[in-house]
Design a protein around this ligand. Sequence first.
Ligand SMILES: [Fe+2]
Ligand SMILES: [Fe+2]
Length: 340
Amino acid sequence: MRVTCSKCDKVFNIPDERLPMGKEIAFPCPNCKGIIELDLRSKAIHGNASEFEENMKTDYLTGEALKNKILRKVMDLPPMPQTVLKARDIMANPKSDFKQLADLFETDQAIAAKILKLANSPYYGLGGKVSSIQHASVVLGHKTLGELITMGGTSSLLGEKLEGYGLDAGALWKHSLAVAFGSRIIAQKKEPSLTNDAFTSGLIHDAGKLILDPYITERWELFEEFMSGGQKTFLEAEKEILELDHSEVAAEVCKTWNIPKPLTIAIRYHHHPSRSQGSKLAYIVHVADALAMMTGLGLGIDGTLYQMDEDALEILGIQRVEINDMMGDILNAAKKISES
Ligand SMILES: [Fe+2]
Ligand SMILES: [Fe+2]
């Protein structure tokens, strides 16, 4: 039987034979330790589990109530680590010196360790010799250090397993890296002034999936039914069944993470850049997302039927002959950086 914790929304599959049918029970949620109460009185001993599941379905929230609950959940997402936000401020201030950055990372060794691990990945080709944040800044430069800090601050969160999306642990992280590097590659070639913003937007573009995943798992049958004709996209299913798709939710996440507006717009419209009122950044993330899907990186259940905007390549001035090289570069970057 599928049981959902009403406190943390985690879904568990409990074998029917372990449930005392015909009784009321309560037990602590293995995830959040909140109490899960089950009323099994309507189920006869050895009764029909699917009948009970049918009854449970009627308790699902729908419409505005569901939408509001999902939006409230955004507030529960761990905040972008303060260290990342402070580091961004320090780096954006031309008067700041490196000592401030070094002092900041003294207080957050966990992120510092992740940054060093990433800096020592085969992608940067330094052979594991980067020993401190200052060293990373000297040998890789200020801009790359900024990217490493953003990656270090989001890797755990984006590395989670997403059951509803069919993504194993680490798969969304790999996809996010592919889109971050892809966005950077496209921006460097076509809109160099957007390079830094492209990287950050690409990295967190799918953060809305972290919020929607348990609701998809809970309503999996509805998703299957909606998608069964083979014509509808997973994004359309999210909107139809959950009232919000993951790009809308990601834009809410951006607000709570204090992400600048141009990046939030790009993330909000990464599936439909033509609705962004001309955000080149939205087109860049969109094309990088499509190319990452084509390389097969982090391809979850929603990778099928991915619709690329037909004007996107022309708007960014990308020739079809450039695409193969871009895909090769994306694959290479994502592979090497994730080897850390
Ligand atoms: Fe997406
Ligand atoms: Fe994506």
